[in-house]
Design a protein around this ligand. Structure first.
Ligand SMILES: [Zn+2]
Length: 228
């Protein structure tokens, strides 16, 4: 099932009351559920049944709707605990207003560039059906997305990205800023998939040179240029 937020809240109140829950309590929680989500995100929340290890998702390319887990929504309305669902809504909202991928193809970022970054940073994309570059794109996007979400909502310890994608991506972001003056987070927030991939291509080349030449660093003028 998938239902628009307001309809879902009304439907859930009736269903839970029928199951024996107290109406005043459930009505109050359902109201809080709605207002918390509306104040977290300006986008449309759709409540959708999904497998138990998923809290929410967006359809790639979509810029207006995000999906939230029906099971977690129901639990929040019953318990009156909205912390987790708000964090998930925050994460999905970041997806809706930031870059959703790296344009590696457009930037000519290839497998050898991928190898250089993997060697320098503890990146562990899980490669399934997609290509390694798609897996890397998804890995870094999730890291950047949850990192931005944490700035507003704090860490979500139930989120799988908190211990892997986020620290690995933040480490790469810091190095790229420090060594080349490139702000990957700003490019992410400005939704610039090509620029983001070009930055990583530049960084891979930089790391190659650094391997070959001891004590190599970019002159300040070059750092300034790449930052613009
Ligand atoms: Zn995500």
């Amino acid at each position: 099932m998938t239902m628009e937020l307001s309809k879902y809240a009304d439907y859930k109140v009736e269903q839970l009351v029928e199951l024996g829950h107290s109406r005043p309590k459930i009505e109050k929680h359902a109201q809080t559920f709605k207002s918390k989500l509306l104040s977290t995100s300006g986008y449309n929340a759709l409540i959708t049944s999904m497998d138990s290890c998923t809290g929410g998702f967006i359809e790639r390319g979509n810029r207006s709707n995000y999906h939230l887990s029906e099971a977690l929504s129901e639990a929040a309305i019953i318990n009156g605990d909205f912390e987790e669902i708000v964090k998930i809504a925050g994460h999905e909202s970041v997806h809706l207003d930031s870059a959703q991928e790296f344009d590696f193809k457009g930037a000519g970022f290839d497998k050898s560039d991928y190898g250089v970054l993997m060697e320098a940073f503890d990146l562990q994309p899980k490669i399934g059906e997609e290509s390694p570059l798609e897996a890397l794109s998804r890995y870094l996007i999730e890291g950047l997305t949850e990192s931005k979400n944490q700035e507003r909502h704090g860490k979500n310890h139930n989120c799988a990205y908190t211990d892997d994608e986020v620290p690995a991506t933040e480490n790469l972001v810091r190095s790229l800023q420090r060594e080349c003056g490139i702000d990957l987070k700003a490019q992410f927030r400005a939704n610039q998939p090509l620029k983001m991939a070009q930055s990583l291509k530049f960084f891979a080349n930089y790391l190659r040179i650094k391997q070959d030449i001891a004590n190599f660093s970019l002159p300040a003028s070059a750092v300034y240029k790449t930052a613009s």
